[in-house]
Design a protein around this ligand. Structure first.
Ligand code: G3H
Ligand code: ZN
Length: 307
């Protein structure tokens, strides 16, 4: 089906306490693995294009692969810009057909972050495209961060409320203890801070750097306002594990597809695991629409008859 925007997906997830998996892809095999897993799990899904993917594959190629694979399935697929660096990049993505944007002004002073985020929102909203913003800062493991630095970079709930009031952003990436690109699941999230942010901003919240977060902490976060969970490193680990195993098993093989096919399967399984964890599996019915939880519940209560 054609791409959909992230607006309704995230709002529903927010209200029904599950999260949409937002998976990063850099090549054809990763795009296929993500969308095939979501299709098999009947889950709405977000494919996101990172700055690294743009440098590696080029913006048009990265977006084009998602559009093609999405057109072959009957679940809602969103094409999202991850950590957009500027107003100009966001507008370019809007023109190319992205159905969800992000401006990441987390490194900027508050006023500048507000000004650019608002400018992106004002234009994107005219054509019905939602925008994710970031306040506080999700740091990167490779920068050698300390626990004190992670704490100091966390999102302030009152400032977040003011930020959303001033910008009109549709969702907010929050810094609550996760760190980008961690290779082991060791981090726990500050759930009290998350609850305070949720109560003050009242819009879907986004967890970045989920690969390094303990699963029980992710579940608690989803229960308390996280409606989009970004996953990149965990999928890259699966991809590389496939390559290594393939080369080890078939040292004389020269057809790269033999190795890439293993990687694709491993990424697919990793995506499936996360989709189930986030509670987004089984949300889409056979006609491509949302399964209504209330309807299902009524059916069970009345002894199996559907309303
Ligand atoms: O924006 C992308 C993510 O925040 C992914 O983080 O690589 O730690 O899973 P991760
Ligand atoms: Zn991120």
């Amino acid at each position: 089906m054609p791409l959909v925007t992230s607006k309704e997906l995230l709002q529903r997830a927010f209200e029904e306490h599950y999260a949409i998996g937002a998976f990063n892809a850099n090549n054809m095999e990763q795009v296929q693995a993500i969308i095939e897993a979501a299709q098999e799990e009947r889950a709405p899904v977000i494919l996101q294009v990172s700055q690294g993917a743009i440098r590696y594959a080029g913006l048009e190629m990265a977006a084009g692969m998602v559009k093609i694979v999405a057109s072959m399935v009957d679940i809602p697929v969103v094409l999202h810009l991850d950590h957009g660096t500027s107003f100009e990049q966001n507008i370019k993505c809007l023109r190319i057909g992205f159905t969800s944007l992000m401006f990441d002004g987390s490194k900027l002073p508050f006023e500048e972050n507000v000004a650019i985020t608002k400018k992106v929102c004002d234009i994107a909203h005219i054509v019905g495209i939602p925008v994710e913003a970031e306040l506080g800062r999700v740091l990167k493991a490779s920068d050698g961060v300390t626990p004190e630095e992670v704490k100091a970079a966390m999102t302030d709930p009152d400032q977040a409320a003011e930020f959303i009031r001033l910008t009109g952003a549709d969702s907010l990436a929050v810094a609550i203890g996760s760190v980008h690109a961690m290779q082991a699941r060791e981090a726990s999230l500050d759930i009290d801070r998350l609850k305070a942010i949720r109560d003050k901003v009242g819009i879907p919240l986004v967890l970045h750097g989920s690969s390094g977060v303990k699963h029980e902490s992710i579940l608690e976060a989803i229960e308390n306002g996280i409606s989009k969970v970004n996953v990149a490193t965990y999928l890259n680990q699966a991809f590389v594990r496939g390559l290594k195993e393939g080369i080890e098993k078939m040292p004389n093989e020269v057809d790269p597809r033999k190795f890439l096919a293993i990687s694709r399967e491993y990424v697919k399984e990793a995506v499936r695991e996360k989709i189930r964890l986030f509670g987004s599996a089984g949300r889409i019915d056979s006609s491509g629409g949302f399964v209504s939880p209330r309807k299902t519940f009524t059916g069970v209560k009345l002894g199996g008859t559907e309303e």
